[in-house]
Ligand binder design. Structure first.
Ligand SMILES: Cc1cc2nc3c(=O)[nH]c(=O)nc-3n(C[C@H](O)[C@H](O)[C@H](O)COP(=O)(O)O)c2cc1C
Length: 203
């Protein structure tokens, strides 16, 4: 089994980095082959340029590496904070540049780009760990939990990824060390459970 783990947070002492370390360690211990990437550390350029638009190739070695790894991976894991109800721009750029046709989805000649796309990532499992400073009720009732539809529908389902797990850790700004350790244990157990089930069912 293989996994891509993509971290999007600029500060190495953040709770997001702690989640990243926990998830990577857990996958290593389960003998999953892991492609680990900290997008800020690797200085990923999130801007989709005109040269790349509509093409299936890129001159950026990081884009080609991340794309190949995404296609090889059974598990696609994303770790990021809630920034304005969205992923940080660097991760939005990863989605723009890596989840592209014909690798992640494609349009049939008959239906064209206005039709329903052909999903290309079927059989993979999407996992998202988020952090925020908003209470659950306010996030759901007032903001409508935009990250849930962004990941579940707009990205994963669009590309055929049916297996899905997302966990929002909140409220990070009020959390003490004990609560953070409990959250990290939850992340570890979630990953263990998904890997165990995925190994049995094959996705
Ligand atoms: C640019 C920016 C936008 C943010 N937008 C939101 C938001 O929309 N909702 C929210 O609950 N928290 C928001 N936050 C707070 C972060 O989600 C919070 O600091 C982070 O999840 C804490 O995790 P960390 O300790 O790993 O940084 C925002 C923070 C920044 C810097």
């Amino acid at each position: 089994m293989k996994a891509s783990v993509i971290l999007s947070h600029p500060y190495s002492e953040s709770f997001n980095h702690a989640i990243f370390r926990t998830v990577c360690r857990t996958l290593d211990e389960l003998n999953v082959e892991v492609f680990k990437h900290d997008l800020y550390l690797e200085n990923f350029n999130p801007v989709l340029s005109v040269n790349e638009l509509g093409t299936d190739s890129s001159n950026d070695p990081l884009v080609n590496q991340y794309t190949a790894e995404m296609m090889e991976s059974d598990l696609l894991v994303f770790i990021h904070p809630n920034w304005w109800g969205q992923p940080p721009a660097i991760l939005k750029g990863y989605i723009d540049r890596i989840f592209r046709p014909p690798h992640a989805y494609d349009f049939s000649e008959k239906e064209g780009a206005g039709g329903v796309p052909e999903p290309k990532l079927c059989g993979k499992y999407g996992i998202v760990f988020n952090t925020s400073n908003t209470a659950e009720e306010r996030e759901t009732d007032f903001f409508g939990d935009p990250l849930e539809s962004i990941w579940k529908q707009c990205i994963f389902a669009f590309c055929g990824i049916g297996g899905y797990y997302r966990k929002m850790f909140r409220i990070v700004s009020d959390s003490d060390q004990a609560l953070r350790e409990k959250w990290l244990l939850e992340a570890e157990q979630a990953v263990e459970g998904i890997v165990r089930d995925f190994s049995k069912t094959g996705g």
